[in-house]
Design a protein around this ligand. Structure first.
Ligand code: GTP
Ligand code: MG
Length: 627
């Protein structure tokens, strides 16, 4: 996501010169470290006040802003609030552009901070999920008088799910409880235990009064019992995320650009690097397809091409050897730890969809750049956010549930586990047009019977057939039923072959039926809008249909497009107990799979049909005398 152009106020702190900060930096601007921090907490616990204070007390506000807001409050006979500073800044910025979240900046001697205010948790989540806020750490604000509330817990869970491992807990409004150390300790003990339980080990607790600026930048005078860091100290001692550069190379493939000019058949693989470093000459492996090639060149869309692929770089690369890869694959380096590849994932997720997540319904899984149909296979446990640690025994996820569950994708997907690489372990689930969940993969799902297999088994016992047996039909029709799948793209002429085959078989006297799936099923890239749910649904109907048509004794011919091996496997499973007869036209671009017969692209359809008919005779599907 590109950073919005910011107005005057934000520029003061974000400007490379850092001129208006009260603590002028001596470090050259280009080497100043940056860190994204998100501020979360229950409604009204003081998030915006903390941020306003941090900005004011570090001198990161634009000249005169504070006086301006104070004057405005006086004019309206309202008490001054530090939180108003954020509104004032936001208004200023909103004049030119629309931004979905309040981003503020402040600088210390050590680094520049980008602070994301999280007003309501829904916006906050969407932000996190879309990766707009790649926060490395969080400030979590708890009102000392009100104590731990529902969102205090939820936000904690979500932080852990997003892989944020450093949380500074600010026990705010200590002035309201007379700076009583027991109140502070009670909150710190309870919440500290909770954070440890959800895997956030690094946490610091600070008693503050944001309104009075106590322990924010300056020390509190009312808390002689507290000798720990101020908020500013704590923020400055947060550690940068341990080198994304040193992790295994991961780049989700966003798109493939093709050069069409003057016989140039080069392709540019486009994406944003999540972790690791790669250079021209390195051998790459695309997963889940397993295709291999080498990086030839690195292309940039503006300015100078970067010399290497580094985290967060949005780049295009060309390969030495052209391999067919699809958007959605994960580009990795050979000889480095491989990511996981599976259909089943054990995940921890936060459901925020309006409708509950239920079994038997399909959703879209977005992981890396992949988009694939997914189902809820199993709910391991649901945590009740309002009641620490309790486990609800249920099989669906309701809004705001935090759950551990097993998901099953229609295709294998490539990802990492949360403890290996939080960036490539994150995913989102889309229900209709809404982001309905965010989560992280904890483990590779076990190899239980797939949902499809299970459904096919149940289907077989649910259907009730007639009296006429397969053998009776075969005798009447003088041939067996068969499901013939003609693989290959429209361009290579697969549908033409399918129709020619239907015609040829019909002329021979066979009972046959052709049904293709048309361009929309497989010739579109997911990036171009072929909805993975619809695609999976259409293929499934085709498979079901094949099962019935074959059972009815027909030679059922289809040309489903350029489906991959997993989709073919699904068709096979759906058509069971009847075996497929697979014919391939043209090069297998989307993964090699065994075909009984293969023909070159745009082969003569009638000749192919005749060859297929002959092979069907050899296989005993058609009787000898047919040909
Ligand atoms: P939302 O954005 O609505 O979730 O609230 P928030 O967490 O940003 O809270 P905000 O900073 O707007 O503060 C809420 C109220 O608490 C305001 O009226 C603040 O003045 C008050 N408040 C914040 N910090 C303190 C504090 O340290 N002491 C006291 N007494 N009041 C405070
Ligand atoms: Mg606020």
């Amino acid at each position: 996501m590109s950073a919005p152009v910011l107005g005057g106020s934000a520029r003061a702190a974000d400007d490379d010169k850092g001129a208006s900060t009260a603590r002028p930096t001596v470090t050259p601007a280009s080497t100043i470290e940056r860190m994204d921090i998100v501020v979360v907490g229950h409604v009204d616990h003081g998030k915006s006040t903390v941020i306003g204070r941090l900005m004011a007390d570090t001198g990161s506000l634009p000249e005169g802003k504070l006086d301006q807001v104070r004057a405005m409050c006086a004019r309206n006979a309202r008490p001054f609030e530090y939180a108003f500073l954020l509104d004032a800044l936001r208004d200023e910025r909103a004049q030119g552009i629309t931004i979905d979240t309040a981003r503020c900046f402040f600088a210390t001697e050590k680094r520049r901070y980008i602070i994301h205010d999280a007003p309501g948790h829904v916006e906050f989540l969407k932000n996190m999920v879309t990766g707009a806020a790649r926060a490395e750490a969080a400030l979590l604000v708890i009102d000392a008088a009100e104590g731990i509330r529902e969102n205090t817990m939820r936000h904690g869970y979500i932080l852990s799910m997003l892989g944020i491992r450093q949380v500074v807990v600010l026990v705010n409004k200590m002035d309201l409880v007379g700076w009583d150390s027991r109140v502070f300790r009670a909150v710190a003990d309870e919440y500290g235990a909770f954070l440890a339980e959800i895997g956030i080990g690094r946490s610091e607790f600070i008693p503050i009064s944001a309104r009075d600026g106590a322990n924010i930048v300056g020390r509190a005078t009312d808390a002689p019992w507290y000798s720990g860091p101020t908020v500013l100290d704590a923020v400055d001692s947060l550690v940068r995320r341990e080198g994304l550069e040193s992790l295994a190379f991961r780049m989700p493939v966003q798109d493939i650009y093709k050069f069409t000019a003057e016989g140039d058949d080069r392709r540019i693989v486009v994406g944003t690097v999540e972790s690791g470093v790669a250079r021209p000459g390195d051998e790459v492996v695309f997963l889940p397809s397993g295709k291999r090639s080498r990086i030839a060149t690195i292309e940039a869309f503006a300015a100078e091409p970067p010399s290497g692929l580094v985290p967060d770089a949005a780049v295009g690369i060309t390969l030495t050897e052209q391999v067919y890869v699809r958007p959605g694959e994960l580009m990795t380096l050979a000889k480095q730890p491989e990511p996981e590849v599976s259909r089943r994932l054990r995940a921890s997720m936060f459901w925020m969809g309006r409708a509950p997540m239920v079994r038997g319904r399909r959703y879209k899984l977005r992981i890396g750049s992949a988009q694939v149909a997914v189902e809820l296979a199993e709910v391991t446990r649901v945590l009740d956010a309002s009641d620490l640690g309790s486990v609800k025994d249920k099989q669906q996820l309701d809004r705001h549930d935090v759950a551990e569950c097993v998901l099953e994708a229609a295709h294998p997907v490539a990802y990492d586990l949360a403890d290996a690489n939080e960036r490539t372990a994150r995913f989102a689930i889309v229900d209709g047009f809404d982001i309905a969940a965010c989560g992280v993969v904890l483990a590779v799902g076990d190899d239980a019977m797939s949902l499809l297999e299970d459904r096919v088994r149940r289907r077989e016992s649910a259907w009730s057939g007639g009296e006429i047996s397969v053998d009776e039909r075969r005798e009447r029709y003088a041939h067996k039923g068969k499901f013939v799948v003609v693989l290959g793209s429209d361009r290579d002429g697969a549908p033409i072959v399918g129709r020619a085959l239907e015609r040829a078989l019909f002329e021979l006297g066979a009972h046959t039926y052709y049904l293709g799936l048309g361009r929309s099923v497989t010739d579109l890239d997911p990036a171009e809008g072929d909805d993975p749910l619809e695609r999976a649904g259409r293929l499934r109907r085709l498979g079901e249909l094949a099962r019935i048509m074959t059972d009815a004794g027909l030679l059922f011919v289809t040309a489903p497009g350029d489906i991959d091996e997993y989709e073919l496997e699904d068709l096979r499973m759906l058509a069971a107990p009847f075996a497929l007869f697979v014919v391939r036209i043209g090069e297998a671009s989307a993964g090699l799979h065994a075909a009984q017969l293969s023909f070159p692209a745009r082969a003569d359809a009638d000749a192919v049909a005749e060859a297929v008919a002959r092979e069907l005779v050899n296989e005993g599907v058609l009787p000898e005398y047919y040909i």
